[in-house]
Design a protein around this ligand. Structure first.
Ligand SMILES: Cc1ncc(COP(=O)(O)O)c(C=O)c1O
Length: 477
């Protein structure tokens, strides 16, 4: 490839696209690496290697050289989500339609803030969001917006919850800030909910202490008795539950809170009902798994992460509302972007989002769903839930291991019998250091535990047995 900067400006014409295709082939080539979930470089070696790269030389190099260097320096030492020994997090391998569409998204570079920067893309996002809202069980008024992740979707959902609470007392919180009554506002979620709920409360000026963690049952689902007790207690104290948050697929145990019961309480107390379905939202695609999310249709807002069990490259998440009209609670008109005088049918999505410029992430989701279809997506999920059940049974049957709770989705949380928290930490860290396994480790009810998270639908029962054998060997049983 030539070394003239003009050749590096992406143009959507024959010449530009052929340049892009050759460069894409080189980038793909640079991903080739030795097998294994990660290399065994130490953090210091990795630091030295990466920091040896010159960030901005006075004169540039051939793209082929740069991509080769990235391959050797970065990709060779990256974690490999498609390796069957990468089982720590909700960190999936990706699907070809989503990945190649990312290239098209970057090359076409639509910006989702305004219709005049993304006319067809805006319609695609709205179309996908309405489909998702219907899938959740919202009726015709449902709609949503894409965000960068579950954390951002939860923040957006709770931002709307806060605006809605303020509106009930005739306060425009986005304009005048928090009213005095806000010191009594509370958000209730289970003690297993994701930390992004607390983070959202902090960012919304309510403070992390405004989040009340309702006790969970031994399996990890929110205890409805505890919820009722908390609601009664705070009502007596004159506090206002502005939002109840149910989790559909907790981060560690993968369980779904009793959404119907929580939704009923939210309606009774006039609170916003937000469901964090970042993890298990994909169950909506499966006839077999969908009933586990019963009650999700009662929500006011739902978080769904496409970059988890929909196997999309980061970033891809959505916040869907039962009543898309409520996005008006957020809308800020701007002189140059969302002027309010657009032609009929021109929607500026900036009015729904906490971002201004925003990627066209909907495209890769649409390409994936159209290529695989609902049935394949559902089969992949059902297979993984099945594989996790198999892993749970194998762990349960092993004399040296014990399950913390029966697997509920794609996570298997376990301990080594008799091992201390420090010993479990050492096992996980040694396997990571040697580049043998990216194993999960968490804390459940104050005690350390190890975790397999199965995100790879190509993993087999043999792979699971191999993972267990590696852990068992590591503890020297
Ligand atoms: C239940 C739940 N909600 C929200 C999040 C945050 O998602 P993200 O990492 O996409 O911001 C996670 C992340 O694992 C999660 O497990």
């Amino acid at each position: 490839m030539s070394h003239d900067w003009r050749d590096y400006v992406v143009t959507i014409d024959d010449q530009g696209l052929s340049t892009l295709a050759s460069a894409a082939a080189l980038a793909i080539e640079s991903l080739k690496r030795p097998s294994g979930p990660r290399s065994n470089l130490t953090p210091t070696e990795l630091h030295e290697l990466v920091w040896s790269m010159e960030i901005c030389p006075e004169t540039g190099q051939e793209l082929a050289t740069v991509l080769r260097e990235l391959g050797q320096t970065v990709w060779s030492h990256a974690v490999v989500p498609s390796d069957t020994a990468t089982v720590a997090h909700l960190h999936p391998p990706t699907l070809v339609p989503g990945v190649v569409t990312e290239l098209a998204v970057a090359a076409s570079n639509q910006s989702m803030d305004s219709w005049d920067q993304a006319p067809s893309a805006t319609e695609v996002e709205l179309h996908l969001m309405q489909w998702l809202a219907l899938l959740v069980g919202f009726l015709d008024d449902g709609s949503g917006v894409m965000t960068s992740g579950g954390t951002a979707s939860n923040l957006l959902g709770l931002t709307l919850a806060r605006s809605s609470a303020a509106k009930k007392i005739d306060v425009d919180v986005l304009k005048t800030g928090l009213p005095a009554q806000a010191s009594g506002w509370r958000i209730l979620c289970s003690d297993q909910a994701h930390f992004s709920v607390q983070r959202a409360a902090a960012q919304l000026g309510l403070g992390r202490d405004a989040v009340l963690a309702v006790a969970s049952e031994p399996r990890g689902t929110m205890s409805i008795d505890a919820l009722d007790e908390t609601l009664e207690k705070i009502s007596h104290e004159g506090l206002t539950p502005i939002a109840l948050v149910g989790t559909a697929g907790t981060t560690d145990l993968g369980v779904v809170d009793p959404l119907k019961d929580i939704g009923e309480r939210a309606a009774r107390y006039g609170a916003w009902f937000h469901v964090d379905a970042a993890v298990a939202g994909a169950f909506l695609l499966s006839d077999q798994l969908r009933p586990r999310l019963s009650g999700i249709e009662l929500a006011d807002s739902v978080t769904i992460d496409f970059h988890k069990l929909w196997w999309q490259p980061f970033n891809a998440s959505a916040l869907v509302l039962r009543d898309g009209g409520l996005f008006d609670l957020l809308r800020v008109t701007s002189r140059y972007l969302d002027r309010g005088d657009e032609l009929e049918g021109m929607v500026n999505l900036v009015g729904r989002s906490l971002d201004t410029s925003r990627r066209f992430d909907a495209a890769k989701v649409v390409a994936t769903l159209a290529t695989l279809g609902r049935r394949s997506m559902a089969s992949m999920l059902e297979y993984l839930v099945d594989l996790t059940t198999f892993a749970g049974a194998a762990i349960d049957a092993h004399p040296a291991l014990e399950l913390v709770a029966p697997p509920a989705s794609v996570m298997c949380v376990f301990r080594v019998k008799g091992a201390s928290d420090d010993e479990l930490r050492a096992i996980q860290q040694r396997l990571l250091a040697r580049g043998e396994m990216v194993l999960g480790r968490t804390t459940i009810r104050g005690r350390a535990a190890l975790k397999f998270t199965f995100m790879n639908p190509l993993a087999t029962r043999d792979d699971v047995e191999q993972l267990i054998a590696v852990v068992v060997k590591e503890i020297g049983v």
